[in-house]
Design a binder for this molecule. Structure first.
Ligand code: FES
Length: 129
């Protein structure tokens, strides 16, 4: 277990909002859904788009580049690109679906803290569903 690092204040992130934060040299996506906060890797596991430029519906973030979707609660892949048929088969062959790395978040007073996991494996994501 690493140490928690402050990445934002509670008032900075409205319900349903997300944004890029930097924690101990690692770029992360921080999102708020209701009273829950989620932190994941910032870059899409497909080919690296900035997920903070995507959209958020509930706990599902959609990548702005090719439409892959991930559930922020555990990082699992909801959809691997927005392509179908042969194009999807090619996309999966080039880069197999992989989940987002997720990081523990806690709130202390008005501070949002994330454990960027610097002393352990960077991928704390459970196996894809
Ligand atoms: S870079 Fe995110 S879906 Fe392609």
């Amino acid at each position: 277990m690493g140490e928690y690092v402050e990445v934002a204040e509670v008032a900075e992130l409205a319900d349903g909002a997300m944004g890029a934060v930097r924690s101990a040299g690692r770029d992360l996506l921080l999102a708020r859904v209701g009273e829950a906060y989620y932190a994941t890797q910032l870059r899409c596991p497909h080919i690296g788009a900035d997920l903070a430029r995507g959209s958020l519906q509930g706990t599902v973030v959609t990548c702005p580049r090719h439409g892959s979707q991930f559930d922020l609660r555990d990082g699992h892949v909801v959809r691997w690109t927005d392509r179908g048929g042969v194009a999807l088969a090619v996309a999966k062959r080039i880069r197999s679906p992989r989940p987002l790395s997720v990081y523990p978040v806690k709130i202390e007073g008005e501070r949002v803290l994330v454990d960027p996991g610097l002393d352990g494996p960077s991928d704390r994501t459970p196996s894809p569903a």
